[in-house]
Design a protein around this ligand. Structure first.
Ligand code: OXD
Ligand code: MN
Length: 646
């Protein structure tokens, strides 16, 4: 099986394809007998480490959560195969047809457990003001008491897995270690793809490396409060959910959800919420950014980090295939970047993850052929639709849905069903190394030097296709004002804006205004060697609401202009909101784009921008005096320039 077969398979294969006996919907309940069928756990397995701190912590959590077994994971293929078999036997994973999707599986979650739960996500810094107005804060002592209550006995009847992990290449200078305790084998398998797990992590911990402590329980013990056993279910979870970060002790506690964003604790919880605090304290940056390498026709190489709010096509940009000759994009990361000043004074970045946890709907052969090739096999799909021939499907994979689909809830589906076949937040989890355009040195220990930083949002109005910041300080202002329109006002003025500064709103482990201050400090530190900052918007619409810019692979034209700016070649014109390409500077050959659309893409409407300034001021006011004066200065400068604009 290779990627070419898969590309063929998704569009041309007929629904009655090869025989695939396992396409039946799994039973809703799982009997204890099937649970023990291939259970690889063993209560008497000795600890896999001699680190006394780790052993004592695991024992302490086991005493609280009371699992039947403890498994010290080694991250091996054998271990993953054993767990997978166990889950398939228990009806918790559907094995996909290996002819189309080798070693790949479908998980269907409980319909009440399909996404991150921001309302149940807490930052428990000792002082409320350090969490800031955009995070839910709870007093750490109160929260610990509450958590002790919910975790007490939460793993009864289950196995607790000890998953050692490294974010970033093992032993790398920018990498960080952690251990996740979990009663979810699905989480163990996902962690095995998304992080570097394995025995070497135990050895590094024994050698004295610091590590993050993370605890996860789906909150569905197999013994109830009265001591009676109960059957397991296909997707155990709990209506009560907690995703709790203790930034000071570098700890995460997650309860009640098995969904990836809440259960793969190394990702959003550690690599962003906890790491952002470490970065603030230690002088680096942990950001919600993709990482790419861009090579120009002349062979010049640049590295770009880009922040976009969730659901703004980040994976598509991370895997972009250039539509213009000579330009090439290589993928380094699709979601998170850790960046540190190197000894030469430049900013160096790594992707701390080892896999992609990508949104499936909208990922198709036209929008992202690279992702489609990446997921040819060895992939866990969650909440996508199942074809009768044992492969997967989701909206946007192909134009026409195949016949005979089973939807993400396990029910027969047809276009007449009036609901999506795949959940809008359905996912694929796959190793980054399977990406056909992953950079050869994507795991380089010291990272890659960043030349440009991009902020993007989903804006139907106002924000031009591309803007260059006039300074680092102005760039930080652009980052702090990242936003997406939820609805555009009927009269064409600014609609309801969802603010998502630095695309970090749900992910910053401390006061967002302090995050801006930290970025300003980093700019001072980097000085002349700081990357240049840009803002992009692929989503501006014209009359009738159609997109003005074709997007996807054509976005390389914007990247090319950014490189021209870095090389001092492209001229830009000043505007009240930043520098925009001078007419004719954007490479448009081969693209049919009407002049009127081009003008509209860069049009700056004074009235709407002044209204936006007011909204920005109101937004800043939420943070009181924590907002750095430099950002108010940028706001005042923009207002003044708009007022005098002709
Ligand atoms: C993600 C997100 O899952 O940003 O990456 O929500
Ligand atoms: Mn993300």
């Amino acid at each position: 099986m290779n990627s070419t077969d898969v590309t063929h398979s998704t569009s041309d294969r007929n629904a009655t394809g090869p025989d695939w006996p396992e396409a039946s919907v799994p039973a809703a309940r799982v009997s204890p007998a099937s649970r023990s069928h291939t259970d690889i756990s063993c209560a008497s397995v000795p600890a896999a480490t001699i680190d006394p701190g780790l052993v004592a912590w695991v024992a302490g959590i086991a005493a609280l959560t009371k699992p039947d077994h403890i498994v010290w994971c080694d991250g091996s293929r054998r271990e993953a195969d054993g767990l997978t078999k166990q889950l398939v036997a228990a009806g918790k994973l559907v094995r996909l047809n290996p002819q189309w999707r080798p070693n790949s599986y479908l998980a269907r979650t409980d319909p009440r457990d399909v996404a991150r739960v921001e309302e149940s996500t807490f930052i428990c810094s000792p002082r409320e003001e350090d969490a800031g107005p955009t995070n839910n804060w709870r007093d750490p002592r109160d929260m610990r008491t509450e958590l002790r209550g919910v975790f007490d006995g939460s793993m009864k009847g289950r196995t607790m897995y000890v998953v050692p992990f490294s974010m970033g290449p093992l032993g790398g200078g920018i990498s960080q270690l952690g251990v996740q305790l979990t009663d979810s084998p699905y989480a163990v398998l996902s962690m095995g793809i998304m992080t570097r797990t394995g025995e070497r992590v135990y050895r590094l911990i024994e050698a004295g490396e610091p590590w993050m402590r993370t605890v996860h329980s789906v909150g569905y013990p197999l013994v109830d409060g009265l001591g009676r056993s109960r059957d397991d279910v296909v997707w155990p979870c709990n209506d009560t959910k907690y995703i709790v970060q203790f930034p000071d002790s570098r700890e995460v506690w997650s309860y009640g959800s098995g969904y990836g964003g809440n259960a793969i604790l190394a990702k959003k919880c550690c690599a962003l919420r906890i790491a952002s605090v470490m970065a603030r304290d230690e002088g680096w940056l942990a950001e919600h950014m993709l990482l790419i390498r861009l090579t120009s026709p002349a062979g010049a190489v640049y590295h770009i980090a880009a922040a976009f709010p969730s659901a703004c096509g980040k994976t598509n940009l991370a895997m972009l295939r250039s539509t213009i000759r000579g330009w090439r994009v290589e993928t380094i990361g699709d979601d998170i970047a850790w960046m540190r000043p190197g000894s030469d004074g430049r900013l160096y970045a790594i992707n701390p993850e080892a896999g992609f946890f990508g949104v499936a709907p909208g990922t198709g052969e036209a929008s992202n052929p690279t992702a489609i090739e990446t997921i040819w096999g060895n992939t866990i799909f969650t909440n996508v639709a199942l074809r009768p021939d044992g492969d997967v499907w989701w909206e946007g994979l192909t134009d026409t849905p195949p016949a005979g689909l089973i939807d993400w809830e396990g029910k027969p589906w047809s276009e007449a069903s009036g609901r999506p076949a795949a959940h809008p937040n359905s996912r694929f989890t796959v190793a980054a190394s399977q990406c056909p355009q992953i950079a050869d040195d994507w795991e380089k220990h010291d990272g890659v030097p960043i030349d440009a930083i991009i902020f993007g949002g989903r804006r139907a109005t106002n924000v031009p296709l591309v803007t260059a910041a006039t300074s680092w300080q102005h760039g930080v202002f652009l980052g702090a004002t990242v936003s997406s329109e939820t609805t555009a006002a009927a009269d064409g003025t600014v609609g309801e804006l969802r603010r998502d500064p630095f695309a970090m709103l749900p992910f910053c482990g401390y006061n967002m205004a302090d995050h801006w201050g930290h970025w300003l400090k980093m700019g001072e530190l980097l000085g002349e060697r700081a990357p240049q900052i840009f803002r992009v918007n692929w989503f501006r619409t014209g009359v009738g609401g159609s997109f003005l810019w074709p997007g996807y692979g054509e976005n390389v034209r914007v990247l090319a202009w950014i490189v021209d700016r870095l090389e001092g070649k492209a001229t830009a014109v000043e505007s009240p909101i930043g520098l925009i390409p001078a007419p004719g500077e954007l490479t448009l050959d081969g693209l049919e784009i009407p002049d009127a659309a081009l003008r509209e893409l860069f049009h700056i409407d004074r009235g709407s921008w002044l209204a936006e300034c007011d909204l920005t001021e109101t937004f800043f006011t939420r943070f009181g005096d924590r907002v750095p004066g430099a950002l108010y200065h940028e706001l005042a400068r923009m207002r003044a320039a708009l007022t005098t604009m002709r």
